[in-house]
Write a protein that binds this ligand. Structure first.
Ligand SMILES: [Zn+2]
Length: 239
């Protein structure tokens, strides 16, 4: 049985009351969680698990477990006597996660502006990058920054919906990423649509409207290998 993934239906949810399902040497699995496990270039969430007696266990990272669908909350320290069935209040570091959501959504916008396959990507709280299969450099830093900010300022809605694996197989043009295959196998795949801009399968967390991303800047375009171009974006905010 897999952990209930509350972040999928509501990425704005910051906490949940749940129970410990299983204790591992490095951390715990919960019955349900708001913690996003590292994947698709987005880091795992950090935060705390509050026990009934008031103790707080620091979650240093969140990862997919070995069992399909399992999520391991990696604890800084696993206390003696921690047992399954114990109730916890699971609370993510919201500020960090929200920055990941903003950056992640911005990468969808970037994807929509560059007509090339994506070969890799990474998301951080300060900056993010996408690598494109683009032997000839046609990208301009200033022009790309301006185009991104137009999409941000249009405050486009971001919507999610589920389709079956069969529907996805029938529409291979939806898959933009060459290195990361969409999260399938569970019989269904989640599509993320930025209205008028981008539509692709994605399992990450996104903001509800592009305006929430705020102003961004393409800080660097690098040549990586013979055919890859790496585009790095940052928040334009100061401080
Ligand atoms: Zn996404």
């Amino acid at each position: 049985m897999s952990t209930e993934r509350l972040f999928e239906s509501d990425p704005y949810r910051r906490s949940c009351d749940t129970q410990i399902r299983m204790v591992h040497p490095e951390g715990v699995e919960l019955e349900a969680t708001v913690f996003y496990p590292e994947g698709g270039g987005q880091p795992g969430d950090t935060g705390v698990l509050r026990l009934a007696d008031g103790r707080e266990l620091r979650v240093a990272d969140t990862r997919k477990g070995v069992e399909p669908g399992s999520i391991v909350h990696v604890l800084e320290e696993v206390p003696e006597g921690l047992a399954s069935g114990e109730p916890v209040d699971a609370v993510i570091d919201w500020e960090r996660r929200h920055r990941h959501m903003r950056m992640h959504t911005c990468l969808h916008l970037l994807c929509s502006l560059v007509d090339a396959g994506v070969t890799g990507g990474s998301i951080g709280a300060e900056k993010a990058r996408l690598d494109f299969d683009l032997p000839e450099s046609t990208l301009d830093k200033e022009a790309l920054s301006a185009e991104l900010n137009v999409l941000v300022e249009r405050d486009l809605p971001v919507a999610m919906r589920w389709i079956s694996d069969e529907e996805l197989d029938a529409a291979p043009e939806l898959v933009r990423t060459m290195s990361v295959s969409p999260p399938r196998g569970a019989g269904r795949v989640r599509l993320v649509e930025v209205q008028d801009a981008d539509l692709q399968p994605c399992g990450g967390t996104h903001v509800a409207r592009t305006g929430e991303i705020g102003a961004v800047v393409v800080s660097k375009i690098e040549k990586k290998g013979r055919q890859n171009r790496r585009v790095i974006i940052r928040f334009a905010e100061v401080g």
